[in-house]
Design a protein around this ligand. Structure first.
Ligand SMILES: Nc1nc2c(c(=O)[nH]1)N[C@H]1C(S)=C(S)[C@@H](COP(=O)(O)O)O[C@H]1N2
Ligand SMILES: [Mo]
Length: 250
């Protein structure tokens, strides 16, 4: 949202009140769209800081001795257990949706692609942080290989773990984050293959965002033009159920 648009929208609200018609000003949706913290934060981050700025990276001596697990620590479904038992040789990452060339990639294929390594801090809304060294494939590389269509706007991540309500975890990000150089699909943490507790065999790292955006246990990534058809339309498991902000920039 540009500053000009914000000003115009506020003037529109004021004008409506002056003419005695305060229907627009009282309309909760309009007020929320203008003034809620999430929109302001999003606007501030987009305008005041370049969204492609890098998240801070740390030196190896800052790595946390233990990178704890949060949320699901083992999907424990029959399908996942079978994949885990055979060392994930039968696991595939599907790249689908608005792409000209859908991909189905094995872990060996992903490991064979160019990597990025980054030591970053993970911040969970539940009040803990940890610094870890991640290694993975830049998301951009896969989206380019799949030849994403021009009308794609978001990337949705579908996970293997079914949550308490029986629905698998899911998340989504926009293309600014998808193409960000630190957005990687990580298969290693602290020079070890990713543990089950941290999302084996593959999880998203989207370093400019809060912990819940970093989808673990990836099965499928999907390019879409809008989020209306994903869950109840707010773009993520916790966004749909607990009102977490979709844009969780830090
Ligand atoms: N599939 C899946 N991804 C998930 C979660 C989850 O429960 N399932 N929890 C999220 C939350 S809230 C956090 S803080 C991080 C935790 O990652 P970690 O277990 O590696 O610490 O994963 C995120 N990604
Ligand atoms: Mo979290």
């Amino acid at each position: 949202m540009s500053l000009i648009f914000t000003r115009r929208a506020i003037m529109l609200g004021a004008g409506a009140m002056l003419t005695g018609c305060d229907r627009i000003a009282r309309n909760d949706m309009v007020r929320d769209a203008l003034f809620n913290a999430e929109n302001f934060h999003k606007w501030a981050q987009r305008t005041l800081m370049a969204r492609d700025a890098l998240a801070r990276e740390f030196s190896p001596d800052h790595i946390s001795p233990i990178f704890r697990s949060n949320g699901t620590n083992n999907p424990n479904t029959a399908e996942y257990k079978a994949l885990w038992r055979s060392g994930f040789v039968d696991w595939r990452l599907e790249v689908t949706g608005l792409v000209d060339r859908p991909l189905s990639l094995s872990l060996a294929q992903l490991r064979g692609l160019p990597h990025r390594e980054q030591i970053t801090r993970h911040d969970c809304v539940e009040g803990w942080s940890a610094i870890g060294k991640w290694r993975g494939v830049p998301l951009k590389l896969l989206l380019d290989a799949a030849r994403m269509k021009d009308r794609a706007r978001y990337i949705v991540f579908h996970c293997a773990d079914t949550m308490g309500d029986g629905h698998p975890y899911y998340e989504s990000i926009d293309l600014v984050d998808a193409f960000h150089p630190q957005s990687i699909l990580a298969f290693a943490l602290n020079d070890q293959p990713l543990r089950v507790a941290n999302g084996a065999p593959l999880r998203l790292r989207v370093e400019r965002q809060l912990g819940y955006k970093h989808a673990k246990y990836l099965m499928k990534i999907e390019a879409v033009d809008n989020l209306a058809g994903i869950g109840s339309g707010k773009g993520g498991y916790w966004e749909d159920r607990a009102g977490y902000d979709w844009y969780a920039g830090i």
